[in-house]
Write a protein that binds this ligand. Structure first.
Ligand SMILES: [Zn+2]
Length: 406
């Protein structure tokens, strides 16, 4: 790690930063989808922010599942920069599959070990200590540090924050100018994230005895034909507009087939369904794509004297932040100051809380954070300590640049 020699990289207390990350990893805040999840991590973070004298708001998005939002006020007016992270983690799975205790939080050979170390307690600790360092150095404007709940589930925390922001027309009466989502991206500056649509196609027929198929209308062959049509549509979209440089290709993936009950070999089912996981790149219009898929299903069904419907279960847009947005320029400069080289640009294949903050609150979001891109959700998760401390410095320098340009 090469530390920047300019004054724009504030001092970070590495021992405190490491200690906070370890404490957070040792709290088992596994998102089970129900019950108390983030509370212990939220308490720890809120207590620390309060000890700094920050304005801290705790809002429960579900029982035992609080969002913690700290606001750090500068000396004078200026822009607002928000750092965002989540305090929940995915399950460790079978602990016997790990080569160490999944919640050890120990540092071995320069690596901090444990579930949530990369995704993303390192990011949460880094953003807090970065904001603290900038505060101690003095700045204008506001820094918002948001540790939200349920990113690994339905993103209830981000939805709650975005809804409140939109309803109030800002945060405490002023807009947030940009958000850095502190997810692990292995040093990449991710200005783009794929869009996602989850949908279900139902084909309705008539139930009958398998020995007398002419008394029924079987939806299953229609599902087969619809799947062939979807394959052709996917290929078309992969050829035009072709791959995005950081996101690759659009995909339409059938993930679940369901022919309902009784699921009996001698019964033609009344309804058959296919679930689709659709991932899109910039330039693909979701509404248009949904119309094309609906028409495909309806046409295939009608030719067989059946009916078809398509239901959108979830619709998350593409995030496509301009590479010359002030927050991107500030991050680039900071990354280069701290590491000695400009950051590679990248893309997020899934969706993050940033997707929700962009969709529901219209906020500018980028994703950049400590930890390997592919280590999230795997066994033997870790974050490099060097990466953690470098990233905290990049965050602090970014805030300096972004807020100085107010
Ligand atoms: Zn994450």
């Amino acid at each position: 790690m090469i530390l920047g020699m300019t004054t724009s990289v504030p001092d970070i207390d590495d021992a405190d930063l490491l200690d906070l990350t370890q404490q957070l990893v040792r709290l088992r805040t596994v998102n089970t989808g129900a019950g108390v999840v983030e509370q212990p991590a939220a308490d720890l973070v809120a207590q620390l922010m309060t000890s700094y004298g920050w304005q801290v708001t705790i809002s429960e998005v579900a029982p035992g599942r609080p969002n913690v939002v700290g606001v750090v006020h500068g000396r004078g007016p200026g822009r607002t920069l928000m750092f965002e992270g989540h305090t929940d983690v995915v399950t460790e799975g079978d602990p016997d599959g790990w080569s160490f205790d999944p919640y050890s939080g120990d540092v071995v050979d320069g690596k901090l070990l444990g579930r949530g170390s990369a995704d993303m307690k390192a990011g949460v600790a880094a953003m807090i200590h970065a904001a603290r360092a900038v505060e101690l150095g003095g700045f204008d404007g506001r820094i918002v540090v948001a540790a939200l709940a349920d990113e690994e589930g339905m993103m209830l925390g981000a939805k709650h924050f975005a809804d409140a922001y939109r309803a109030a027309g800002g945060l405490d009466g002023a807009p947030i100018d940009a958000v850095i989502v502190c997810e692990p991206e292995g040093g990449e500056l991710c200005t783009v994230a794929k869009g996602a649509v989850r949908a279900r196609i139902d084909v309705h027929g008539v139930m009958a005895h398998g020995a007398m198929p002419h008394h029924g209308r079987n939806p299953l062959p229609a599902i087969g034909e619809i799947l062939v049509g979807i394959g052709a549509l996917e290929q078309e979209l992969q050829e035009n507009p072709g791959p995005h440089p950081h996101l690759g290709l659009t995909s339409i993936t059938p993930t679940v087939l369901d022919a309902g009950q009784p699921a009996q070999v001698n019964v033609i089912p009344a309804v058959a369904s296919v679930y689709l996981d659709i991932r899109t790149i910039p330039g693909i219009d979701h509404a248009e794509l949904i119309d094309v898929l609906t028409a495909l299903a309806e046409t295939v069904a009608a030719a067989r004297d059946l009916t078809a419907t398509l239901e959108v279960i979830d619709d998350r847009p593409v995030v496509d932040t301009a590479e010359d947005d002030p927050v991107v320029l500030a991050l680039r400069r900071a990354h280069e100051e701290v590491t000695g080289a400009p950051p590679p640009f990248g893309g997020v294949p899934g969706t993050t809380d940033g997707t929700i903050l962009t969709r529901d609150a219209g906020l500018v979001t980028v994703v950049y954070g400590p930890g390997g891109k592919w280590i999230a959700h795997q066994v033997d998760e870790f974050v490099e300590v060097d990466d953690l401390v470098a990233c905290a410095r990049v965050y602090a320098a970014t805030a300096r640049h972004f807020l100085a340009a107010s």
